[in-house]
Design a protein around this ligand. Structure first.
Ligand code: ARG
Length: 548
């Protein structure tokens, strides 16, 4: 039963495609704002609202219709809704919330994208968490998503790294802790003194020099191995692992296209696209020594991906500090005549801050070793679990899931464009607006159901206030997912899931379930809520635990 559709039907005599809203609590379940009709009908929205309610009658599904100023408010039959929504959830289970608007459509998500030979940064963590959730949200809506890890594996920094390795490199240190060693080498070689050498080596690399390529490949392999440890803990997989280097051979073609479109200008031996007319400065395409740049590679990659995937949208989940870069190369794509530039979106995010409000860093100087942060978080989770439930089986895996819930939820509950404080103790608290709190609520619901044993069919009697709130919340899950997708905002799902868990706990504290008069109905409600909590968490990349 689609109640919204029912409302639309009632309004058909007046509007073809009415914009239906959700009114504030207590004002009904759906509202139709009459403003849009005022011009055509030459009447005030308030008058129109009154006219409408005189012309339509409540029915089996919509039990009350009232005029409230410029709005028409609709109250749906709660018993029918309840019966309906619970049945639907219990039948569809993990699929509940799915829609197929995205059938045969593809969404490319450029995400994570750490730089090889450098530590996996905290910004890359945000990109990974948010991109992963967006992929799940779009998948739920029926799209095919392609998560691309676009590694930073090309650029002048590799010239520096090769110089550093040739001067001070140590094979056994490299093996032991590749990222640490490479970073040290990079820092040492990142000096004016070695600049000409470094430039030479990068040029050699772009030209396919054997020695340069061999070293670069080694650095890359070792780095990927390290990153994979992190992805394994996070439980994240990619459809494509590619990188800037992949486009090295196609760069000439891009430059040719730009030349043919008369977009390139020479400036002190370098090639640029002048974007000053659009207030976007100049976009550097080729340096005077013939080497290419980040933007050149992104332009090339975008064209290639469009050919390959014919995407409906391509999301770049990248920190907001790169805003200008994306504006520039999207503009270049537009000027090149690619109409699909409009489907490229920079889904930006803010920074992680430490508790003092400064850019996040660890004790070990300015470098964050992600693996250590993750392992520390898992340790904290394990200690809490040991205290709360010493008999729990598979504690290590449980601790990993709780730690991931803490970190993912701690991030995703925030509007992604905001800077957020990375505060593990807060994130992992079992009480409050946290991932573990929601997981705990889920486990509690599971435990009620285990105690109940066999469940039978239920019938819906009069509902109390707590039950109605819960039902209403379950009923909007679909719309929540859709609006999360429209705004590329997992926060909408995170906040919804938290509120659902809260409503469930309030219900559970005030309404007895087992052995109550209403036992079967309430068990169905517990089961349905538990299911939607799970589906909500899964959209964030978080697993549930039956016990914790
Ligand atoms: N590797 C880059 C960095 O760490 C991020 C890449 C983002 N994706 C892109 N297509 N530019 O800053």
């Amino acid at each position: 039963m689609d109640f919204k559709e029912e409302v639309v039907k009632l309004l058909k005599f007046r509007v073809k495609n009415p914009q239906i809203e959700i009114p504030p609590i207590g004002m009904g379940d759906y509202a139709f704002p009459c403003f849009s009709l005022a011009k055509e009908l030459k009447k005030s929205p308030n008058e129109i609202s009154k006219d409408i309610i005189n012309k339509i009658k409540p029915n089996k599904y919509i039990e009350k219709i009232v005029s409230a100023g410029p709005y028409v408010n609709f109250f749906i039959n709660k018993e029918i809704l309840t019966q309906d929504i619970l049945k639907k959830i219990l039948k569809e289970k993990d699929k509940f919330g799915s829609v197929n608007e995205g059938k045969n459509k593809k969404i490319v998500i450029d995400m994570s994208s750490p730089n090889i030979a450098k530590p996996f940064g905290i910004g890359h963590l945000r990109s990974t968490i948010i991109g992963n959730s967006l992929s799940k949200i779009y998948t739920k809506l029926g799209y095919k998503t392609i998560k691309i890890n676009y590694l930073g594996d090309w650029g002048t920094q590799f010239g520096k790294l090769i110089v550093g390795y040739k001067k001070w490199g140590n094979a056994s240190l490299l093996k032991e802790n590749p990222i640490k060693h490479l970073l040290e080498l990079y820092i040492k070689a990142n000096d004016k003194e070695y600049e000409p050498d470094a430039r030479d080596w990068f040029k050699k690399l772009e030209q396919g020099d054997k020695e340069a390529l061999k070293l670069w490949k080694l650095f890359k392999e070792l780095s990927i191995k390290e990153f994979n440890k992190i992805y394994k803990i996070l439980g994240i997989k990619f459809e494509v692992i590619s990188g800037e280097s992949f486009y090295n051979k196609k760069m000439d073609e891009t430059i040719k296209k730009l030349k043919n479109k008369h977009l390139l200008k020479e400036s002190e031996g370098a090639l640029v696209v002048n974007l000053e007319d659009y207030n976007l400065g100049v976009c550097l395409i080729q340096k005077s020594d013939g080497t290419t740049l980040y933007a050149t590679r992104d332009i090339t990659a975008a064209i290639d991906r469009n050919n390959k995937y014919k995407f409906n949208k391509m999301l770049y989940e990248v920190g907001s500090e790169q805003k200008l870069h994306f504006q520039q190369f999207f503009k270049v794509l537009e000027l090149m005549g690619y109409s699909w530039y409009k489907d490229c979106i920079h889904v930006s995010h803010g920074l992680y801050l430490d508790k003092e409000g400064k850019k996040f860093a660890t004790r070990k100087g300015n470098i964050v070793y992600m693996e250590e942060i993750l392992k520390e978080t898992i340790d904290i989770a394990k200690k809490t679990i040991e205290k709360k439930n010493p008999k729990l089986k598979n504690k290590d895996e449980a601790a990993r899931k709780v730690a991931i819930a803490a970190i993912f939820f701690g991030d995703l509950k925030n509007n992604r464009v905001h800077d957020i404080v990375f505060d593990i103790e807060k994130f992992i608290d079992f009480e409050g607006n946290t991932g573990p709190y929601i997981q705990y609520t889920y486990a509690r619901a599971s435990s009620i159901l285990r105690k109940a044993g066999k469940k039978n069919s239920f019938s819906v009697k009069e509902l109390n206030e707590k039950e109605i709130l819960l039902i209403n919340k379950l009923n909007i899950f679909n719309e929540i997912i859709i609006s999360a997708a429209r705004q590329n905002s997992p926060a909408i799902i995170a906040n919804y899931t938290y509120e659902l868990a809260q409503l469930f706990n309030e219900f559970y504290h005030s309404c007895p379930v087992l052995k109550s008069d209403n036992e079967w109905f309430r068990l169905a409600l517990v089961q349905a809520t538990r299911q939607v909590i799970k589906n909500g968490l899964n959209l964030l990349g978080i697993d549930v635990l039956e016990e914790m």
